[in-house]
Ligand binder design. Structure first.
Ligand code: URA
Length: 422
C-alpha cells in the first residue's frame, strides 16, 4: 500500500477500503506519511466526499488512536453533550448541574480556549481553588457520588484527530462534513459516550453555514452513533443569536449562576433548557415533555443551583470570591435604532485582547477580564446608551466599532432552534 495510490484513488472519486484508511491513520501518526501528503488527501476528501463506510472506518481508527475512557462503571444513565463550535459557549456550566439535578449522570471532559473562543475549563478555573485536573478514578467516583464532574480532557484522546485537525486548520480543509462528523464522533467514542446530545450550530459565524449542511452533518453523526451503539440527538441551533450577555471567564460564571438561580431569562437560558431536556429524556428514558417539566421545576425550586454549588464545593472551588477586574469602561452607542447584529467573533477577539483569552497556547489568562453586552437583539438603542461594559486590568486602546449593527428596522429571523433530528 502507498499513500500516493490512496491520494489518487480519492482524487478519482473511488472508495477507500478499511485497510487503506487504517494505513493512512497509522502512518500519519508515525510520521511516515508527511503533512503535505495528508493535506492533499484531506483536500481530495473535501472535494470528493466519503461514503458512510469510509466515514465509519475513519472515525474508528481516529477513536482508537489514543486513550479510551471506560464509563461502564457509571451505569447506562450517563449523557454527554457537545457543541459543533461557537464563541462564548458557556452552556456546559449551566447544563451539567441542571441535568445532574434531574438524576442523570454527567461525566464531562472539557477543553481550554484558544484565540477568540473560550473553554469550559478556563471558565471553571476562574473560580478560586477549583480543581480541573481530576484523576480518572476521582472523576468516576465523583460522578457516582454526586452525579456530575467536570475535568480537563487528557491530551491523549483521539490523538490522530488532534494531529489531523491542526493540519485541516491551516490547509482550508476544516469545512468538510465527513471530516467534521468523524472528528467529533471519534472523540465522543474515545470518551465512552453512549448517549449524546449534539448542539449543531448553523450560521455565518459557524462552521456550518446552512440548514441543508447541518442536516447532512446531523444525520451522519446519528449514523456513526448507531454504528457504534451511541444514541444521538441533534439540536440544530441559530448561531447568529448571541447566547447570553457575558464574555470572559469569571463573568460567564456569574451569568451561569444567574441562570441557575432562575434570575435571568433569554436565549442562553432557552437553549440550556432545550439541550438539558433532551439529555434528561435520553438518560431517564422519558418523553421530552416530561423531561422539560423536571428541568423547569429544578430551575424553579433551586435544585439545579444547589447541584452547581455541590459540584464547585466538591472540586474545591469558592464561588463567593470570583475575581473582579480593576478597570471598568462603558462603551456608548454613537447612533440610534434597533440592534440587529452582534458580531460574536469580533467580541471574542476584543475579549481576548482585554486579557480574557490566549493568543498563544502558553499565554496566561486574566480570569476577571471580559465584556458585558448591555443590549439584546431587537432592543431599541438611543445615542449615548451604554452598549457594552469592558472589564480589564489593561490599558484600553482602540475599540472596533463594527461589532454592533444598528438599523431602523428589527430583524425577523431570530428563531433559536431550527430543528431536532434523532
Ligand atoms: N469540532 C471538532 O471537534 N472537529 C471538527 O472537525 C469541527 C468541529
Amino acid at each position: 500500500m502507498n499513500i500516493i495510490e490512496i491520494i489518487n484513488k480519492k482524487r478519482l472519486k473511488q472508495t477507500l477500503t478499511d485497510d487503506e484508511i487504517k494505513y493512512v491513520i497509522d502512518n500519519y501518526l508515525s510520521g511516515e506519511i508527511k503533512d503535505y501528503q495528508m493535506s492533499s488527501l484531506l483536500m481530495a476528501i473535501l472535494l470528493n466526499d466519503m461514503t458512510n463506510e469510509e466515514i465509519y472506518s475513519l472515525t474508528k481508527y481516529m477513536a482508537e488512536s489514543g486513550d479510551k475512557l471506560d464509563l461502564s462503571s457509571l451505569g447506562d444513565n450517563v449523557v454527554d453533550k457537545h457543541s459543533t463550535g461557537g464563541v462564548g459557549d458557556k452552556t456546559t456550566l449551566i447544563i451539567a448541574p441542571i441535568v445532574a439535578s434531574c438524576g442523570v449522570k454527567v461525566a464531562k471532559m472539557s477543553g481550554r480556549g484558544l484565540g477568540h473562543t473560550g473553554g469550559t475549563i478556563d471558565k471553571l478555573e476562574s473560580i478560586p481553588g477549583f480543581t480541573v485536573n481530576l484523576t480518572e478514578e476521582d472523576f468516576l467516583n465523583q460522578v457516582n457520588e454526586i452525579g456530575v464532574a467536570i475535568t480537563s480532557q487528557t491530551e491523549n484522546i483521539a490523538i490522530a484527530d488532534k494531529k489531523i485537525y491542526a493540519l485541516r486548520d491551516v490547509t482550508g480543509t476544516v469545512e468538510s462534513i465527513p471530516l467534521i462528523a468523524s472528528s467529533i464522533m471519534s472523540k465522543k467514542i474515545a470518551l465512552g459516550a453512549k448517549k449524546l446530545v449534539l448542539d449543531v450550530k448553523v450560521g455565518n459565524g459557524a462552521l456550518i453555514k446552512n440548514i441543508d449542511d447541518a442536516k447532512r452533518l446531523s444525520n451522519l453523526m446519528i449514523d456513526i452513533g448507531k454504528h457504534n451503539n451511541i444514541e444521538v440527538i441533534c439540536v440544530l441551533t441559530n448561531m447568529n443569536i448571541p447566547l447570553g450577555n457575558n464574555i470572559g471567564n469569571s463573568l460567564e460564571v456569574e451569568e451561569a449562576i444567574d441562570i441557575l438561580k432562575n434570575h435571568k431569562l433569554g436565549s442562553l437560558r432557552d437553549l440550556c433548557i432545550e439541550l438539558s431536556s433532551h439529555m434528561v429524556s435520553l438518560g431517564l428514558k422519558i418523553t421530552y415533555e416530561e423531561a422539560k417539566e423536571r428541568v423547569l421545576n429544578n430551575l424553579d425550586n433551586g435544585e439545579a443551583y444547589n447541584k452547581f454549588v455541590e459540584l464547585v464545593t466538591k472540586q474545591h472551588g469558592d464561588i463567593n470570591n470570583l475575581p473582579k477586574a480593576t478597570g471598568k469602561y462603558e462603551i456608548k452607542s454613537m447612533t440610534k435604532g434597533y440592534l440587529i447584529d452582534i458580531d460574536a467573533y469580533k467580541l471574542g477577539i476584543l475579549s481576548m485582547n482585554l486579557g480574557a483569552g490566549r493568543k498563544n497556547k502558553e499565554d496566561k489568562i486574566d480570569y476577571s477580564a471580559g465584556i458585558i453586552v448591555k443590549k439584546n437583539i431587537n432592543d431599541y438603542i438611543n445615542e449615548g446608551d451604554v452598549i457594552m461594559t469592558l472589564y480589564t486590568n489593561k490599558e484600553i486602546t482602540e475599540i472596533d466599532n463594527t461589532i454592533f449593527k444598528i438599523s431602523d428596522k428589527k430583524i425577523e429571523d431570530n428563531k433559536l432552534i431550527y430543528e431536532i433530528i434523532k
